[in-house]
Design a protein around this ligand. Structure first.
Ligand SMILES: Cc1cc2nc3c(=O)[nH]c(=O)nc-3n(C[C@H](O)[C@H](O)[C@H](O)COP(=O)(O)O)c2cc1C
Length: 337
């Protein structure tokens, strides 16, 4: 791996310390099983973002959807931090037609005004953690719901809610997806290899970030990330009766749309975190082709579901660690023209 943990120089208008700040923000993004399927490069004037599909869980994500979603989320964090440092991030998605792993080039040459929402979203980067425990039954206010929809649209994706009459069908689909995945030994083996990790593990999901062990009375089937060592729930601490479920969706499929969906996902998560709202994911619905088809039908047939989220008022949960920046960055590539 890289011997020098810090970049050797500036990137455009950003000095060396600011470059490190930007990269730390980028790697704080969420990724399936905390696989962190990304790499970064720097030139004299730009950050380069690359997908690293070799790191992605192959059984859960054979088509790299989650890889591009994670890269989109990392790209949003990177853009926000560059903006927060008073520089305009000039983004070109997939700048090299011959290299589908080259997700984005972000040039940092122009100064820019910092708006207050950027500051709020940047402050939320370190606060946002996936929250897998029971949430309060308090309703997310309509104003925030509208702000979350706008956040997704700003990144060219759609945030779709589920009307009450669809919830029982959705619950059945989650259960079906869970059952199908756990009947597949290859899935179970991959699942075990990424979950129940010791605290501080540089990738994978640690048991400290898991929810409580599933119980008989649970209406929704949630994934057990604890490696079998999850906490038994205190009496009365059931999951919320009316979870607020949302789907991030796009009109087209493919890496470009998935990177945009990843940026939308992250803008929604940060906007929610800025108002004290936590989130967890129900990706089994998307990963199993038959339930994903049904889900697509539920959201109207035209849109492609990319991520399913559960949002609400949770509490503090320990941060999940990341690989060091030095392990994911190749510093000082060729100077951009
Ligand atoms: C595309 C995608 C799918 C995910 N799917 C799930 C999931 O099904 N269940 C879950 O609990 N977490 C899911 N996560 C959350 C990751 O496990 C989490 O981001 C990672 O462990 C890092 O932890 P953090 O989000 O707390 O920083 C997903 C994240 C992404 C980006």
């Amino acid at each position: 791996m890289n011997a020098d943990p810090l970049p050797s120089g500036a990137v455009g208008r950003l000095d060396r310390d600011q470059v490190v700040q930007v990269l730390r923000a980028a790697v704080a993004a969420p990724s399936l099983h905390n696989s962190q399927p990304w790499r970064f490069g720097t030139t004299a004037s730009s950050f380069e973002v690359f997908a690293d599909p070799e790191r992605g869980p192959r059984i859960c994500d054979p088509d790299d959807r989650a890889v591009y979603l994670a890269c989109g989320a990392a790209l949003l964090n990177l853009r926000l931090m560059v903006s927060n440092l008073g520089v305009h991030p000039d983004v070109r998605l997939f700048p090299d037609a011959a290299d589908p792993s080259h997700v984005a080039s972000v040039s940092c040459r122009q100064p820019a005004h910092v708006d207050p929402m950027t500051r709020r979203l940047v402050a939320a980067i370190a606060l946002r953690h996936t929250y897998r425990r029971p949430m309060l039954d308090s309703r997310v206010p309509d104003l925030l719901r509208a702000a979350l929809r706008d956040a997704a649209r700003e990144e060219h994706a759609w945030l779709v809610g589920f009307p009450e009459e669809q919830l029982s069908q959705l619950r059945t689909l989650v259960g079906e997806a869970h059952r199908l995945q756990h009947a597949d030994p290859a899935f179970v083996q991959e699942w075990r290899s990424w979950t129940g990790r010791p605290a501080g593990s540089p990738d994978g999901v640690p048991a400290t970030a898991a929810g409580p062990l599933p119980e008989q009375q649970d209406v929704w089937v949630l994934r057990d990330f604890s490696g079998g060592n999850g906490v038994v729930r205190a009496p009365g601490r059931d999951f919320e009766s009316d979870p607020y479920l949302l789907c991030v969706a796009t009109f087209v499929e493919g890496p470009h749309a998935q990177v945009q969906a990843g940026a939308a996902l992250q803008r929604v998560l940060l906007r929610a975190a800025a108002d004290g709202v936590t989130a967890s994911f129900l990706s089994q619905l998307i990963e199993v082709p038959s339930t994903c088809r049904e889900l697509r039908r539920l959201i109207g047939g035209a849109l492609r579901p990319q991520v399913v989220l559960r949002l609400g008022y949770g509490g503090q949960t320990p941060a999940t660690a990341r690989r060091p920046v030095a392990d994911v960055v190749d510093f000082g590539g060729p100077a951009a023209g």
